[in-house]
Design a protein around this ligand. Structure first.
Ligand SMILES: Cc1cc2nc3c(=O)[nH]c(=O)nc-3n(C[C@H](O)[C@H](O)[C@H](O)COP(=O)(O)OP(=O)(O)OC[C@H]3O[C@@H](n4cnc5c(N)ncnc54)[C@H](O)[C@@H]3O)c2cc1C
Ligand code: SF4
Length: 480
């Protein structure tokens, strides 16, 4: 029994792992906080009130058994805590690092509601699985008995990787195709190292490869094979391609040199972190060093851009967002981190034009105010008359979000059903698309979302693919 080890939330204050000083953080791309030392992790886990109905777990997309692994941690039974945490998640240490916990598990913690400060669930989750990796408790994936069938997965992001792990466990030959040269999707090339250090992602990929999952890199479906060709090659196919069509801004000068896309900027930075040659970074186009940087947007991507620009040595970094802090989509914790690191937020402001001769030199913007709620329930921004102002800028980064690419055209599969937003339509029960034996999961179904949802979708779709394959087994292995 938990005894005196849990329910300590009244006497024991909430404590996150200490962040490094902002000046030191700005010097490198390492994560901003070290993880807990053992007694601190146990102490923090012991703050859990062990509620009868754990709202944390209800609001975790993976329905992790949070109170149970917190109790085991508080009792010093770390290996058991890891095993329980691992039972529902294929990447607990990654979610522990980058889930917006303030909107998910921790935001629904009962002791947060009672004013004591949530249990630091994400930090404990990260601690448990990092410890498991260090102690050698993370077991290799054991492939199930060979079923003589193969699956093809398009996209090596968290949705594709979670599905690959499950499907390999069920005994299928698994082939993952990705147009990048490394696996991980946005975990590898979108999210910066200061939120998620890359070796943390790569050790997961290595574990999958060690289980016999075959990765085909630099393989773009639509260029190197059509969807039909993959269907010929495999008994079932999963589309897990994420969303990559950047939303634009319609404003004069937006096509000028020095006005760049967020993902181009972040991918270049992450590639430099891997030691890759990146000509567009090396010639200065995607390097913020010494520049006055303006980032446009208020989501996670914008937060990652401003904080990357700080680390690259920008002269100044401003974030222009048309709503206010309360109404922004990005995590409040990330805004606090960015402010500590010297980013200036220009709330309630929208760009109107980009001044440029040879390259961009300023953003002309206008003040906004929040009007009545729109169809989505959020208060719609309206222009404040005669409120124009100007910001010097020699690098402008557009971070306005991403939509689905036109997959039916790209994949030469006009019969692939999509929504009016271009996301792939799936049957809610089977998760199969309009094409027999072709399934879809992750952002390409939901639209831009979260890593933890991509993992959940990957796990769910794998179960459905397995069910379908068992019922439709042709008994002949396709060439793979
Ligand atoms: C900058 C940024 C920061 C983010 N930060 C967070 C965060 O802190 N926390 C969080 O929870 N979420 C965050 N997100 C969202 C999260 O990264 C995504 O929701 C998640 O990665 C979606 O997973 P996915 O597997 O569906 O797609 P992706 O991760 O996008 O992976 C898709 C993969 O498919 C490949 N692919 C695409 N088309 C093809 C093709 N034709 N042929 C072959 N391969 C193809 C791509 O190369 C990619 O590797 C962030 C997103 C961005 C852009
Ligand atoms: S997966 Fe995310 S939401 Fe679920 S417990 Fe972990 S940090 Fe919280």
């Amino acid at each position: 029994m938990a005894g005196g080890r849990t329910l300590q939330f009244v006497d024991r204050a909430q404590a996150f792992p200490a962040k490094r000083p902002a000046t030191a953080r700005a010097e490198d791309f390492r994560e901003i906080a070290d993880r807990y030392a053992l007694p601190a992790a146990e102490d923090q886990a012991g703050r859990c009130s062990q509620c009868g109905v754990p709202y944390c777990s209800v609001h975790c997309p993976l329905h992790n058994h949070i109170p149970d692994w917190l109790r085991l941690t508080a009792e010093g039974r770390l290996r058991e805590a890891y095993e329980l945490s691992n039972a529902t998640s294929t990447m607990p240490e990654i979610c522990g690092r980058i889930c917006p916990q303030d909107r998910l598990c921790e935001g629904n913690c009962v002791i947060e509601f009672s004013g004591h400060g949530a249990v630091t669930i994400g930090s404990v989750e990260k601690f448990i699985t990092d410890t498991a990796w260090e102690q050698g408790w993370v077991e290799p994936i054991v492939p199930g008995p060979d079923r003589g069938m193969s699956v093809g997965i398009i996209g090596a992001g968290p949705a594709g990787l979670a599905a690959a792990e499950y499907l390999r466990g069920y005994g299928y030959a698994v082939h993952v195709y990705d147009r990048y040269d490394r696996a991980g999707g946005l975990l590898t090339y979108g999210i910066p190292g200061f939120k998620l250090e890359k070796p943390v992602v790569m050790r997961r990929v290595e574990r999958l490869a060690a289980a016999g999952i075959v990765f085909h890199y630099d393989f773009a479906v639509g260029r190197d094979a059509s969807l039909d060709e993959l269907r010929e090659r495999h008994d079932a196919v999963l589309i897990a391609t994420g969303v990559y069509k950047a939303r634009g801004i319609k404003a004069p000068g937006v096509g000028s040199d020095g006005v760049v896309e967020a993902l181009d900027f972040l991918i270049a930075s992450n590639r430099k972190g891997f030691g890759d040659a990146v000509p567009a970074f090396d010639d200065g186009s995607l390097d913020a060093a010494g520049k006055h940087v303006v980032v446009i947007g208020g989501g996670d991507t914008a937060m990652d851009c401003v904080r990357t620009a700080v680390r690259q040595g920008a002269a100044s970094v401003k974030c222009l967002y048309r709503r206010d802090r309360t109404n922004m989509p990005g995590s409040q914790r990330e805004v606090t981190n960015a402010e500590e690191e010297g980013v200036e937020f220009v709330w309630l402001s929208a760009p109107q034009a980009f001044e440029a001769a040879e390259k961009v030199s300023a953003v002309r913007a206008t003040r906004m105010r929040l009007g009545a709620p729109d169809a989505s329930g959020r208060r719609a921004p309206e222009e404040e008359p005669d409120s124009g102002f100007r910001l010097d800028a020699d690098l402008v980064i557009k971070a306005l979000g991403y939509d689905a690419e036109e997959l039916p055209r790209l994949f030469a599969a006009p019969e692939l059903g999509v929504t009016r937003w271009g996301t792939v339509l799936v049957d809610n029960k089977t998760l199969m698309t309009s094409l027999d034996g072709v399934f879809a999961a992750g952002d390409i179904v939901r639209g831009a979302s979260l890593v933890v949802w991509a993992i959940r979708d990957g796990q769910d779709v794998a179960k459905n693919m397995h069910r379908w394959l068992k019922a439709n087994a042709k008994g002949e292995r396709k060439a793979a």
